[in-house]
Design a binder for this molecule. Structure first.
Ligand SMILES: [Zn+2]
Length: 164
């Protein structure tokens, strides 16, 4: 019993640390569930980047990304980067985005199909449902491409050129 409690406590703490079970993640899970797809909870831990949702049967993984921490292009530079400690924040975002890119590359190299659902996309559940359907059925283009034009790269280039 003690073992079970500590396990539960541990997974609760970990869920906070890794920001798992966030509202957007729960929303995507319940959408998938309603669409009839079955997935494993927490099975992404052994995979690169720890995907939020794994659909083993479809060899597919899904990341649910918060737009701020993952520097989504929906955020303008001024929304993304606080006025103070700008260099720190730009470095932070570059680290996060690079980590995301590497995880996607490693997963795709290992034969997984990768989908990223952005927090802002969840404002339109119909579109997200369509995106998930297309993805799980296997007609989705590489998630790697979605990183190519991330706004943070452009901001960083500009900023470091200026020596700001
Ligand atoms: Zn966004």
């Amino acid at each position: 019993m003690a073992d079970r409690i500590s396990k539960e406590l541990c997974s609760y703490v970990m869920s906070c640390v890794r920001s798992r079970n966030t509202k957007p993640e729960i929303a995507v899970r319940s959408l998938l569930h309603r669409m009839g797809y079955r997935f494993r909870l927490s099975s992404g831990r052994g995979l690169p980047g720890k995907p939020n949702i794994v659909l083993p049967k479809h060899k597919a993984v899904i990341f649910v990304h918060g737009c701020f921490w993952h520097a989504h292009k929906c955020r303008s530079a001024s929304e993304l980067i606080p006025k103070t400690r700008r260099r720190f924040w730009v470095n932070k975002f570059i680290t996060n985005v690079t980590r995301d890119e590497l995880a996607v590359a490693a997963l795709e190299d290992a034969g997984w199909r990768v989908c990223i659902i952005w927090e802002c996309e969840l404002k339109n559940l119909v579109t997200v449902t369509q995106k998930l359907n297309v993805f799980v059925r296997g007609r989705f283009m590489s998630a790697r491409d979605s990183f190519r034009t991330t706004r943070i790269n452009r901001i960083a280039n500009k900023m470091f050129k200026k020596g700001n």
